[in-house]
Design a protein. Sequence first.
Length: 302
Amino acid sequence: MQQRREFIRRLSALGAVLPVAHATSPRSTPAPAATPPSAESREEWVRLATRLADPVLGALAAGRLRATMPVELSATATAERRDYAHLEAVGRLLAGIAPWLELGADSTPEGAIRGRLAGLAREGLRRGTDPSSPDFLNFTRGRQPLVDAAFLGHAIVRAPKELLEKLDIHAGCVVPSTIAVMNLRPSPPSGSRPEDALFVKVAPDSIATTIFQNSRARFYRRVAEMPLYDAVYPTMMYYQDKLGGKHLSSATVCGYESDLFAEMEELEERLSVPVRGMEPRTVEDIYKPALGAAGFVWANLI
């Protein structure tokens, strides 16, 4: 303690006798202009980004992330952090490089790297949001996934074209209007037995289908506009083959700005489950109660 005090005292005395370098007006010594990054520094950034991204995205796209990614814990970390590490690696990596990926592929060597990594990221998102995949990411157990899922969501917001629009099946990536409608879906009565249910949202240019098991959304799929049953059929096959589903208790269809009565009757007959329509009838009615005033802004972005 005495030595530290003596060191601080001497340091203060030294400062008192040193010349004051900034005694003149700041205007007399303008700061030098920032030097633009060189081509070499950009190449180094790309090299480091690729070095970080390749092991994570390559393994996830191949369905081998959990099998190959080493997870090291500090002496103070809890064992449950092992269950968070994979989403943490994917979400934070993509949040960092998403703006760069959004530049897209081009004819340059860097553009080729971007295109390759974006392709791995999209395939990885399919694997990571597929409940039947060995690399299905943990979005629900514990509290930490809330943070890392936010990083992943931020990545998709920063690279919507490369990480969302180019996905063939939008598993786990739900457009805002679907989230709003799902919020309006009635919850099962308290104390009732958990049941499987199908939820369908029909928009003017697309159809989104969601499977609920035990009141949790387990699978989401969005396709271009087509006959209602044709859009639902692949989701039902996935429900039976991948999710182990046996029988739906109900199906709900929200089809604003659409007349779906005949198609809903066909769906009820072919699925052998009761199918009911759900108001509201317009996208504005969906957003008003679900998102408030911000809904009008979001509605114009769809």
